[in-house]
Design a protein around this ligand. Sequence first.
Ligand code: SF4
Ligand code: SF4
Length: 490
Amino acid sequence: MASSSPPEVRLPTAEELLYRVDPNLSAAIAVRNYLNRMTPAPERLERVSVTKLVNPGQAYYDVVSPLEEEIGAFQKRMAGTGAHDRIEELLGLPAEYWLDGKDAAGEPALDRITAKLDSYVALADGSYVPVEIKNVGSSKPDPAIAHLEQLGMYCALLSSGKGLILRVLRNDQTGESTLLSPLEVRYPDLDLVRREMARRRDLLIEAVAARDPSKLPACSWSRYRCKYREAGVCGCSSRPPLEPNIAATATWKEAPEFLKDIERHQTERLSERREHRTQERLTPARLLLLRKVYFDIAGGDEGAIETEEGAGVGKAVAKVNTRGLESQLYAAIRGANRSRFGQSQAALPGVKGTSLSTIDGNPFLVKVRMVRNPVSPTAGEAAGKWGVPEEVRKLAVQAVLTGATVGRLYVWNWKLEGDEGRKLQVLDLKFHAAAMAQVESFVRGAPGLLAAALARKDPGSLPLCPRWMCPRCAYLEECRPGPDPDAPAT
Ligand code: SF4
Ligand code: SF4
């Protein structure tokens, strides 16, 4: 009797896996509608956030007759919101903090004013210095007027004469983010700030109640694009100027010592992570990175071990905008599919149990692509170099782990101009059954393959990670993956 050969432990290529791609417009519309949802205008404003007080003219329309955002502005805002959360987590800053004006010291009273502080620094004397994280598109040294005004109002709510602005520069071409030097801003006249906050609060509440914005001042960014001006519903020149200008009283200087604190935290975080990684078993997300997992466990170069974000503050911050946008999209997908959303426990021997998100029991992934063109919805092109080959393979692994046979990909095309329904693509993927059987063999065989490579000290027996990762990998020298066949010729 002929002996049957053991199943091959190899993850099929995206081309081998992908059978069909069905663009799902309804699913994309559901997410867009969720993201664009507008709340009905209230009869009167009960609470006024500090962000509304920064530009009360625009806040009036946002409350009474909001307009949908142009897609580019929408993308920046969503990426910025998501980046905030990631920066706080990466840099070890205390999480967001609510402030209520009715508890603030000083005159006049700031009741009905609320604020969500990005973070703070607690000083030894028991006082707090507010920290405002800003996502910016330019590295010019001076902070924006609106940012100075917002921080000044937080300082007034905390009775702090100074605050910190932490700016993250977003590169819209590469998607990479860089931390700029933190700024320490001083506000010598907090009484002026308080008076101006109370005045703007009263003006805005009265304007909303009377549905009459005519007494509201022009916004501090009136020289920039504004959707209400473009729609012809408001005009800056018809408004009184924004005075007194809180920003005009502020002085600032660079605060490199704050960056040092952040770096210290990042070093601690990396060494904790390093210890964790050397003990960690395979996770579903790392099944495509067997070589990297090998070096993480084997120890690699002293000090070379990586986190997913890379080492150091610079690398940790680099992806905050794209990852931030992904996390915002994920939350919107969950919100738009509330009754169909689920969590499936991925449990296979040797693979760490992880909860994977599903819609209708099928796994999905979110991907931000730094490209101008949408994914071509044919199996050949979607699986090819200019498509989403890595996501196809990840989704196939997740499908096996969740007992599904199909998967869904939510793709956001960052550099694509305009929208026309292609900025967010939803692609339902179907896989070849034979290739999925091979994925199952791979998932079951990967822990053994890794253990054997570790025992033999033979990383070369493991498949390579996605090749775009190699140039910046800390293990490049030890691993010697060879030239990337897809790299552009030099
Ligand atoms: S038109 Fe000018 S004042 Fe009116 S909302 Fe826009 S920026 Fe503000
Ligand atoms: S060099 Fe490339 S293949 Fe080797 S461990 Fe690093 S990312 Fe993986």
